[in-house]
Write a protein that binds this ligand. Structure first.
Ligand code: SF4
Length: 414
């Protein structure tokens, strides 16, 4: 299947040298938008393909005729569709068909999180199969050198390393899954654009230091910064099977059978939040981005079609404030970790947590640390991932970036 992956790199595929500075934001959306009163559409039912086509039928896609359209699903992790981790393949299939019928040249692209191979993620998600059937190119956006985007009004970040395709395609469509997120509250179409950041530069968002005088987490501020230059031209939010609780990867699948579409990504996210039983004002990156004028989240300023979307409202369980409550017997210290380490640890605890507890000789909680932001750690801490290397002498250290779950187990048993 690998041969079907587009690698249109003009030269060496593996260099991060000679980046191009792109001084402009993404071009304005070509689709009709009343920026002061955006429209958001939704459809629900058992068939994700039909839901997507129905919701998309409200948008005049003729502006995409003759244009290069890049579909950006959430498929940076290696997971199957029914897990709620990755975008449902039938939603992607419907988007490919809708844009093709409008005369667009369509491709699907993603940049995976650390430790994931893009070709495997496309295969396991089922997106490779629907793309292959339609002879639609799949792009590993990490292959080619990045371009640099400047963020003139950036607060936490001023420059972004962005996958080159983002600057080359005329229209970028964000197709996230409706999920809660332990670090950012939710991950929807605005946050999904973080997957357009090149290779490990995604991780840098998680490593920023707290900004003096700011209460918000630097990660949230950075996503709001990013949204000033990397806003999608159209959002298709996949709520076929969402994820609640320990999202974005270790939560519980939440079957909803709904798809939300909007030209204003913030408005689409706001309506998706409402369906999840969450106020967009409680999601810091949406609140800050909207506050800077990047989109609308105020429910009274958004027209939803059909109006009665509350009939599909189904509150999502929020991420726990403290992971140690979720995994009793563990004291989990997470300071500035990225999603890759977090998913590894959560997968590990789900699979081996009980075994580890039984092996522990006393009744005290097992302290586990991830992330690079720890100044000091208690004696005996299980330090997971390279970011904790400076504390390796205070307990058990498991190297790797991201670390491998089986390695955590074997280090514990040494
Ligand atoms: S060690 Fe873990 S937290 Fe640090 S960058 Fe790697 S995956 Fe992310």
């Amino acid at each position: 299947m690998k041969e079907s992956y587009a690698d249109n790199a003009p030269g060496s595929a593996d260099t991060d040298r000679s980046p191009t500075i792109v001084n402009s934001v993404l071009p304005r959306t070509p689709f009709e938008l009343d920026a002061s009163r955006p429209l958001v559409y939704w459809a629900s039912g058992d068939d994700p393909y039909n839901n997507t086509r129905q919701a998309l039928s409200n948008v005049d896609l003729s502006a995409s005729k003759g244009k290069r359209v890049l579909l950006k699903p959430n498929v940076g992790r290696n997971a199957e569709a029914q897990t709620g981790v990755t975008t449902h393949p039938q939603v992607v299939a419907a988007a490919i068909d809708a844009f093709r019928e409008s005369g667009a040249d369509v491709a699907v692209g993603e940049s995976p999180i650390a430790g994931v191979t893009m070709s495997e993620a496309f295969e396991n998600s089922g997106i490779a199969a629907v793309a292959k059937k339609r002879i639609c190119p799949l792009i590993d956006m990490d292959v080619r050198p990045y371009v640099t985007y400047e963020i003139p009004d950036g607060v936490a970040i001023k420059l972004l390393k962005v996958c080159r395709e983002i600057s080359e395609y005329d229209i970028i469509v964000s197709i996230p899954v409706m999920k809660t997120h332990m670090h950012t509250g939710v991950t929807l179409s605005v946050k999904n654009m973080k997957g357009c950041l090149w290779r490990r530069s995604k991780v840098e968002f998680h490593m920023l230091s707290q900004l003096p005088g700011r209460e918000e987490k630097p990660l949230d501020i950075a996503i709001a910064d990013m949204s000033s230059v990397l806003r999608p031209h159209l959002s298709i939010i996949d709520g076929t099977i969402g994820m609640e609780g320990l999202g974005p990867s270790a939560g519980t699948p939440k079957p909803l059978g709904v798809v939300v579409v909007g030209v204003d990504a913030f408005a689409a996210d706001s309506v998706a939040c409402a369906i999840m039983g969450i106020s967009a004002h409680d999601v810091p990156h949406l609140r800050m981005g909207a506050g800077r004028g990047h989109g609308v989240i105020e429910p009274d300023s958004i027209d939803v079609i059909p109006e009665n979307f509350k009939k599909v409202l189904d509150p999502f369980a929020r991420p726990p404030e403290k992971l140690s409550i979720e995994f009793s017997g563990f004291n989990i210290l997470d300071q500035q970790s990225c999603s890759a380490c977090q998913s590894t640890l959560l997968m590990f605890l789900r699979r081996y947590g009980k075994q580890l507890r039984e092996k522990a000789s006393d009744n005290e909680d097992i302290t586990v640390a991830i992330g690079k932001g720890h100044e000091e750690l208690p004696e005996g801490t299980l330090c997971v991932g390279n970011c904790t290397a400076k504390h390796k002498n205070c307990g058990i250290f498991v190297s790797g970036c991201p670390p491998v779950p089986s390695e955590i187990l074997s280090r514990f048993y040494l």
